[in-house]
Design a protein around this ligand. Structure first.
Ligand SMILES: [Fe+2]
Length: 263
């Protein structure tokens, strides 16, 4: 499996505290069946202002440490970018933080949706960059108005749900929201968004099992391997039909309930 969202680089954000914990996270990931981790420290929010020059030396140190410790994990560089109007110029100045030369993780605020998000997605795509919207299932506005994601996906954005949301570790409401987005065909991949080796570990297998139950084994595999592989190779992903499975038909009563619930 491939984990494209992981706060594993030590000392750069609220992820791994030190190299020891970062290596322990690698061991946990490897034991879970993860072969590749993209190291994505927080960037462009008010607290963490990372960029290539702060990330690169730590990334190289960590690659060395992983190979010295003989942990069979492939580590790649990336970034977790909080939404900000200047992201496009940031990406042009920090191209080594792109995934596959064109994709980037886009983090929304926890309790709001910026009014400029649609324009931002179009501008990013026009500039040749594809946003991967991270954990929308945890945004309190999207919990009530999930349909707004459809427009972003139709425009060409990808959606990543966090593994621990599917397992229920963030509560039943977020779990329900994650399930709903998956069932609606609005999720392209999952990632750990790990911050530590124990409390928020880099584990994908439990969420993959849940996806197998929701979508079947090949679609679950697509969300942890095939689609992340395409992203890392810079290949296009069909955003409108992420797993190749149409959303399940719902009963009239369920549709009525959902319409009422989401208005
Ligand atoms: Fe993150």
């Amino acid at each position: 499996m491939i984990d494209i969202h992981c706060h594993i680089l030590p000392g750069l954000d609220d992820g791994a505290r030190d190299m020891e914990e970062a290596l322990e996270m690698c061991r946990v990931a490897q034991a879970d069946g993860i072969q590749t981790i993209v190291a994505t420290p927080h960037c462009r929010n008010e607290i963490y202002r990372n960029h290539e020059k702060t990330i690169w030396p730590v990334f190289e140190q960590m690659q060395e440490a992983v190979s010295r410790a003989e942990i069979p994990i492939n580590l790649l560089p990336g970034a977790d970018l909080h939404i900000h109007p200047e992201i496009i110029s940031f990406l042009k100045q920090n191209p080594r933080l792109l995934l596959g030369g064109r994709y980037f993780l886009l983090e929304l605020p926890a309790h709001s949706i910026p009014i400029y998000i649609r324009d931002f997605i179009f501008q990013a795509l026009l500039a040749g960059f594809v946003p991967i919207i991270t954990h929308p299932e945890r945004n309190t506005v999207i919990l009530r108005h999930w349909k707004i994601i459809q427009d972003w996906v139709k425009a060409g954005a990808l959606v990543q749900v966090t593994a621990m949301s599917l397992t229920g570790a963030f509560g039943s409401r977020i779990k329900e929201s994650a399930f709903h987005l998956v069932r609606m065909g609005l999720v392209h991949l999952i990632a750990s968004d790990a911050h530590s080796s124990k409390r928020r570990p880099p584990i994908l297998s439990r969420a993959r099992e849940i996806l197998e139950g929701l979508l079947g084994p090949s679609q679950a595999q697509a969300m942890v391997k095939t689609i992340p592989e395409k992203i890392l190779r810079g290949e296009p992903v069909d955003t409108t039909n992420p797993t190749g499975v149409p959303p399940p038909k719902q009963s009239f009563l369920k549709r009525l309930f959902l319409r009422h619930f989401n208005n």
